[in-house]
Ligand binder design. Structure first.
Ligand code: G3P
Length: 218
């Protein structure tokens, strides 16, 4: 199971990288906007800055919605750094763009996946990753983790190499559920990753160890 961090915030990316368990980063236009990154050149530089912090794949999303625009933008993004994976929405133009980019050995992350049918098309087009949005399905009363399990089963059954990247992860329990459902990757907020560390018995046990040590050594 790989951990990506779902942010464009450099401090959080550094913190996750320093923890030693980070495998990559995903961004999207909303996350870039949240950091106040605007203008084509600043956006490109920000992607390069992220690549220079993390050892692993960095998803950079196209803004174009038409096929020609997506492939032009995708090629530009991929040329920025070898770690860049081009993120493309799961639309008709997006699937065609995934097919084209993968034929040029450019890795892709097909995003905004909300059904197993969409994931199937993206895998057939040669996507490196598909990103089903767990939290946004939960938001509308549909079990997002169930979709992860369906897609993971389908990819295993047909031996697709495309990896299931569970996205829109909101909390620690989502990560654990996605592990059980067979996701290859979870892209998470930093708080959901560090939440995996928390256990009251760890805190209690450590307190006891230190108290016992201090009794003899103070
Ligand atoms: O990876 C996609 C993610 O950023 C969307 O998350 O919380 O906006 O649904 P959210």
């Amino acid at each position: 199971m790989k951990f990506f961090i779902d942010t464009a915030n450099l401090d959080q990316i550094k913190e996750a990288q320093d923890l030693g368990v980070l495998d990559g980063v995903t961004t999207n236009p909303s996350l870039m906007a949240k950091e106040g990154i605007k203008g084509a050149e600043n956006i490109k530089q920000h992607y390069i800055d992220i690549c220079n912090i993390v050892d692993g794949d960095v998803s950079a999303e196209v803004i174009a919605t038409d096929y020609e625009g997506m492939i032009m933008e995708g090629e530009e993004l991929a040329a920025l750094h070898p770690q860049i994976v081009v993120k493309v929405p799961c639309t008709k133009a997006g699937i065609k763009a995934v097919k084209y980019l993968s034929s040029k050995n450019i890795r892709t992350n097909c995003t905004l996946i909300f059904s197993s049918g969409q994931a199937l098309l993206a895998a057939k087009a040669g996507a490196t990753y598909v990103s089903p949005f767990v939290g946004r399905l939960d938001d509308i009363g549909t079990d997002g983790v169930d979709l992860i399990a369906q897609i993971a089963d389908m990819f295993n059954y047909y031996s697709f190499e495309t990896e299931v990247l569970a996205a829109s992860i909101r909390h620690t329990m989502h990560i654990l559920q996605c592990v059980e459902a067979g996701a290859d990757v979870a892209t998470c907020p930093l708080s959901a990753i560090t939440g995996l560390l928390n256990h009251p018995l760890t805190d209690k046990g450590l307190e006891q160890f230190l108290a016992d040590y201090n009794k003899l050594n103070s």
